[in-house]
Design a protein around this ligand. Structure first.
Ligand code: RP5
Ligand code: MG
Ligand code: MG
Length: 278
């Protein structure tokens, strides 16, 4: 991972908190910066003690291990804990505390990247005019929190298998399974299970350059690509935004399309793997 960028966004999301500006050459913790003393901020929604968050004081989590049902290990290796606070493995962010994230240390998510080929009315693959390569499309959601387009990912519940998180989050955010009838839900479940058990390609496991990251809390993800090669599986299900998604649509994979966090990086890997336009 290169130096994180979105994790240093000047304005912390959902607040009026400003980060301390961290220059590129001071991101790494090993670079001496004795005066570095960023503001600490933990959002009221986190301090309210919801089930998905750690308590602010009291019980000290067991870091770098699976702590009860909560996985506090990092894909980036063992992280340092200083004065009882875990240190972001990608370096300084200009903000201490947990911000909007529930867990001290890694907060584990899963990102389902559902793709199909872009086709014309006759069903023939469309090639990009410049690269001459076939164009892939992925199911993208517009996040309600920031209005940016993103992969329909979500948090891994304590003890939950990542394979289930991938299916569940895709169903909730892109198919609105939470508000569909039992019959519709069964249909969604069947198609999704078929697609998700087949062609999964492991795209990425590790740190996410998420704007919510702080010096002590950060996002990590497992991104997996499920490809509907013939366009007759999930491609036939009507997309409907649900939960934390405001809109949903098939979006062409293209390096110029701006996406949330470092989701573009994940899609670039998918495009290369499937020899598609990027
Ligand atoms: C990103 O936040 C992950 O890559 C994933 O897409 C998402 C999970 O957080 P929520 O969508 O639950 O807010 O870092
Ligand atoms: Mg969700
Ligand atoms: Mg989500």
């Amino acid at each position: 991972v290169g130096p994180h960028v979105k994790s240093r966004c000047p304005q912390y999301p959902g607040s009026n908190i400003k980060r301390l500006s961290v220059p590129d050459d001071k991101v790494d913790w090993t670079q001496k910066w004795p005066e570095y003393n960023p503001v600490s901020y933990t959002a009221p929604s986190v301090l309210n003690n919801p089930a998905w968050a750690d308590p602010d004081i009291g019980a000290s989590p067991k870091f770098n291990t699976v702590d009860g049902a909560v996985d506090r290990t990092s894909f980036e290796g063992s992280y340092k804990v200083e004065n009882g606070k875990p240190l972001n493995p990608c370096g300084r962010t200009g903000l201490a505390g947990r911000g909007l994230l529930g867990r001290w240390g890694p907060n584990h998510a899963a990102d389902p990247i559902v793709t199909r080929w872009k086709v014309d009315v006759k069903g023939a693959k469309i090639h990009h005019s410049v690269s001459q390569k076939p164009v892939l499309q992925f199911v993208s959601i517009k996040r309600k929190d920031c209005g940016e387009w993103a992969i329909p990912g979500g948090m891994v519940d304590p003890g939950e298998q990542v394979s289930l998180t991938l299916q569940r989050e895709f169903s909730e955010e892109a198919l609105n399974s939470l508000s569909s009838s039992p019959a519709e839900r069964a249909e969604i479940h069947q198609r999704i299970t078929n697609l998700f058990k087949s062609s999964g390609f492991m795209v990425y496991k590790g740190y996410v350059d998420d704007p919510r990251n702080t010096d002590n809390s950060w996002m990590e993800t497992v991104a997996v690509n499920f490809h509907d090669d013939l366009g007759n599986s999930v491609s036939e299900l009507p997309l409907e935004a649900g939960d934390d998604a405001g809109q949903v649509q098939w979006v062409d994979l293209d390096s110029s399309f701006p996406l949330y966090a470092n989701h573009s990086h994940f899609l670039e890997i998918v495009a290369k793997e499937r020899k598609a336009h990027w």
